[in-house]
Every structure is written in C-alpha cells, then in structure tokens.
Design a protein around this ligand. Structure first.
Ligand code: NAD
Length: 368
C-alpha cells in the first residue's frame, strides 16, 4: 500500500468550497486504489494573514516541507478588501511567490481543453472551435518581472516612482524550454514559442536559448509568435496551438485568456513542478464575487487533483478516470452556473452537486 502526504492549502474565497469537492474525489481514488493519502490542512493566503499576521506562516511552511505534494486552492481578496493587508504581506507577494520560490516550481503546465461536444460552453463560434480546443500552456513560473527586484519611492523631482526588474538567466530559460520540448515530443511535435523580441531584450535571449535547445529536438516544429499576436490567434484559431511556451507574465495573462475561450476560468487546472516538489492549483483566483454561494465550478480544483495523481503519484490511469468522470457530468448536460447560462440548455447544479456527480461517475468506473 502506497502512502502519500498531501499539504492541503484551501486558500481564500471559493478556495475552501472547491477544495472540499476535490478532497471528496481524492477519497474515492483512495477507495479504488492501493493507496492512502494523509491530508495535512494548513492556512495560506489572506486567511493565514488574518489568523497569524503572515500569509505563509512557518507552520504552513513546515507542513509543505514534509508533504509529497501540495494541493493549493486560490488565494486573495477583492480589490477593496486587499487594502486591509500591507502591500508586502498581501497573498500573492506574501504567500504565493514565496511558495514558488521555496520549492523552485519553475514549470507551470496549464491545459486549455474543450472537446468538440462541449463547444457550446465557449464564447467562440462552433466553426472556430472546429474539432475542439486541446492545448497546453507551459509557463515559466519563478523568474521574470514577478520575481525581479522591486522598489517604490519618491524620486529627486518629488514624484512617486516604481521600478521592477525583468531578469532571466540562460539556465532558467533552458530548463523551461526542455520541459516544453519534451511535452511537445509526447504530443503533436509542435511548439509555439511566445515572445516579444521586437521590444524586450529578455525575449531576445529567450529566443536565442530556444533555438539552441531546439537543436536537441529536431522532430519538433517550432513556430514563433509575438505575444500580442498570439492573444488574437487564440481567439481566431485556437486549434492551431498544441504546446505553447512563454515567460512568467505572458503566461499569467494568456492562460486567463485560455479560460476565456473555454467559457470559464473554472475549467483551468494547473500543475507547478519543480525538481523536488510540486504543487497543484487552479489557474484562477479566489473569485470573491461568487464566494460562499455554492456556485463555483470545482473542475479546476478536481482537475488539479488529476494532475497531481499523474505527476506526483504515478497514477496516470486513475487521473484519466477523474478527467473522464468530470467530462461525463458535462456530457449528461450538467454544469455549475458559470457554464449554464440561461438559454444554453445546460442544467445548473451547485458546486457540491458537481462534486457528488463526479464521485458517482468515478465510483462506477472499472478500477485500474
Ligand atoms: P478570479 O480568477 O478570482 O475571477 C475572475 C472571474 O472568474 C470572476 O468573475 C470569477 O467569479 C470567475 N471564476 C474564477 N474561478 C471560477 C470558478 N472556479 N468557477 C466559476 N467562476 C470562476 O480573478 P480576480 O477576481 O481578478 O481575482 C480575485 C483574487 O484572486 C485577487 O485577490 C487575485 O489577486 C487573486 N488571484 C489568485 C491566484 C492564485 O491563487 N494563484 C490567481 C489569480 C488571482
């Protein structure tokens, strides 16, 4: 019997609600397999700040250090509520970036996937969706502007100023490129390199390193795309993409657009992998506008569990079952409020009902 320790950081806003559903699914995985999961809940984000004065308290660090994998819900507060926390202690700067830095989770995989049968979820026309959307964004997660030195102050002219630094070294670029090329080799052998080398020197180095790494993967066709053009192309012809690789901030923004073309950020799970530790989280935020209403879509969180099963616990087949169980709920015509707009023909169910239906489907599947 295998035994894994999972740090569970439910987070803020809708975090606890969707985490609850993900844990229900994990319980069923335990029942169906020769595995036990030791869940270690810990405070992280704004909830941790209000309870302890620190968004990533030492007790949480200790739990994450011990864990075989970390399952993280979204964190953060609404724009107005955020002002209750000092700038440097706010959830992203005080918890999320330190988590990523501590475990050096440099490779972020964000699948953007919508089968043809679910094209009605998307705001794009069926003819644009074609045979469906199935791409993965590979985002560098511990470098660039988000991690560079930051400074705010008043300059010699008495004007408030801010300075943020965008820094990459070639090794940081090389390792994410290898991740992207390896993934491309397992898929359509097509890699879209997203950059902004017409303006940013960081992209000039990025592209140089990309070309060096590409020589090691001669079977992979590389297509270079300026990030702004890629944003348009994602709306006009998403099917052209398979694996896309990009630096940190481009990935943050384009992957939310990924949620947009699917129809909801609730369809966006992710895996954040380092060499020694991985954590799994929805790509979206804490959705304060819908928190506490039992209407959030838990797909992103349950999908993150599926990614954890595959990447951290070597349970790829069971991960496929979890995906299939969720698709089965959609195929039966159900979804949460984000994807069941009036007139869509989709029957609206709550967060908890979605989780229950996934559990029911998974239980009914043959064991692996
Ligand atoms: P958001 O991603 O929380 O929400 C954007 C929109 O998508 C909202 O309308 C929301 O209701 C909807 N949405 C998001 N997830 C959904 C789900 N699972 N089901 C249904 N609808 C969903 O973005 P925001 O409102 O700009 O940010 C809210 C907070 O989240 C901020 O404090 C932000 O800093 C934080 N944030 C955290 C992370 C993270 O934890 N990794 C990522 C992004 C934003």
């Amino acid at each position: 019997m295998k035994h894994y320790k999972i740090a569970v950081l439910a987070g803020d806003g809708i975090g606890p609600e969707i985490t609850q559903e993900a844990l229900k699914v994990l319980k069923v995985v335990e029942e169906r397999n020769d595995v036990t999961f030791e869940l270690m809940p810990a405070l992280f984000g704004a909830c941790a700040y209000f309870a302890t004065g620190d968004a990533f308290p030492q007790a949480t660090i200790d739990i994450c250090d011990q864990a075989d994998a970390i399952l993280k819900g979204p964190i953060g507060l609404s724009h107005e509520e955020s002002k209750k926390i000092p700038v440097d202690k706010q959830p992203e700067r005080g918890a999320l970036l330190p988590l990523r830095r501590r475990y050096n989770t440099y490779a972020n995989f964000r699948p953007v996937s919508l089968p043809k049968a679910l094209a009605h979820f998307s705001p794009l026309k069926p003819e644009v969706i074609g045979e469906g959307i199935d791409l993965i964004m590979v985002r560098e997660l511990v470098g660039g502007l988000y991690f560079g030195e930051k400074e705010m102050g008043v300059n010699e002219q008495g004007l408030r100023y801010v300075r943020e630094t965008l820094e990459y070294d070639e090794e940081q670029i090389r390792r994410i490129m290898h991740q992207a090329f390896k993934l491309a080799m397992k898929r359509r052998k097509l890699l879209h390199n997203i950059h902004k080398s017409n303006v940013l020197k960081s992209s000039v180095l990025w592209n140089e390193v990309m070309e060096e790494v590409a020589k090691e993967y001669p079977e992979v066709k590389v297509v270079n795309y300026l990030v702004d053009a890629a944003a348009t192309a994602l709306c006009l012809n998403p099917a052209q993409f398979d694996v896309m690789v990009m630096e940190n901030m481009f990935g943050d923004i384009l992957s939310d657009q990924g949620g947009g073309i699917l129809g909801s950020l609730g369809l966006m799970p992710s895996a954040c992998l380092g060499d020694d530790k991985a954590y799994y989280e929805p790509s979206h935020g804490s959705a304060p506008d819908i928190a506490g209403k039992n209407i959030a879509n838990p797909y992103s969180m349950i999908g993150s569990v599926a990614m954890m099963l595959e990447n951290s616990f070597d349970m790829a087949d069971e991960a496929k079952n979890v995906w299939a169980a969720m698709q089965g709920v959609f195929a039966d015509g159900f979804s949460t409020a984000d994807l069941s707009k009036p007139g869509s023909g989709v029957k609206m169910i709550s967060t908890v009902e979605f989780g229950d239906k996934v559990v029911e489907k998974l239980r009914a599947m043959p064991k692996v």
